[in-house]
Design a protein around this ligand. Structure first.
Ligand SMILES: [Zn+2]
Length: 244
């Protein structure tokens, strides 16, 4: 049987793993095919075909061969954006790794994911351009958008039990919020916190970088994400350590 013809995809590198003596297994997020797993033969030796393009968060132009069951083949990768400014700072590297893990994990395999791809590319572009500290609202907004684009966002603007608007202390669950009087399940959040998250969810990411977030559970949305994924986000603990 002949080899499948190569296709070209703009992609963001969301995972890397060494394989055999000189190969790599590369996870890519693409608009057309969502998350794909590709085998890059000899990637740890061939600078001609990969030339430093394979690093987490990089945007590349990938030449791929569709799978016949199993992995795609990654023939070569051309670097489009190496996020060089972001790589000069530990906080930015950690935030970029976190954004990459969130969007990469939520994306479905071999299924179009233009919104999650666009969100990740925008997030990394904003992180790459940062010149100072970033508000936690940026990360919360990213999480809220990612949950929305994956179709699993909790409803934050009405009580899931009575249908009325949030007021006072609310309880946050994976499905949405409840008044404390309507249900005591979930994590306690304030109405101003909910309003800030809802605004960040609906506005461009770059508008959240210097907006303070009202007191509330910093990692509540990350915990919802982890519940959906059924696993911990590995990059979260590094980011949390740097943030405090
Ligand atoms: Zn209620």
């Amino acid at each position: 049987m002949s080899r499948p013809l190569p296709v070209h995809r703009t992609a963001i590198v969301v995972g890397l793993q060494e394989h055999r003596e000189a190969d790599r297994i590369v996870r890519l997020l693409t608009p057309e095919n969502g998350r794909i797993t590709a085998h890059a033969r000899n990637a740890r030796k061939s600078s001609r075909r990969f030339g430093g393009a394979l690093d987490i968060g990089n945007r590349i132009e990938a030449t791929l061969r569709p799978p016949k069951g199993g992995w795609w083949g990654l023939d070569s990768a051309l670097l489009e954006d190496g996020r060089t400014h972001a790589r000069g700072d530990l906080d930015r590297i950690a935030l970029m790794a976190y954004a990459t893990e969130v969007c990469g994990q939520l994306a479905r395999e071999d299924h179009p994911e233009p919104k999650l791809y666009g969100l990740l590319d925008m997030a990394i572009t904003v992180i790459d351009a940062l010149s100072g500290p970033v508000s936690p609202l940026f990360r919360l907004g990213l999480e809220a958008k990612a949950l929305t684009f994956a179709g699993i966002a909790p409803r934050l603007n009405v009580c899931m039990t009575c249908g009325l608007q949030p007021e006072g202390q609310m309880q946050l669950t994976t499905a949405g919020v409840h008044h404390y009087a309507c249900s005591r399940d979930g994590e306690a959040v304030s109405t101003p916190w909910l309003a800030a998250i809802e605004t960040a969810r609906r506005t461009p990411l770059r508008e959240s970088i210097d907006v303070p977030v009202p007191p509330g559970p910093q990692w509540a949305l990350a915990e919802l994400l982890e519940q959906h994924l059924g696993r911990r986000l590995r990059s979260r603990s590094i980011l949390a350590t740097l943030t405090h």
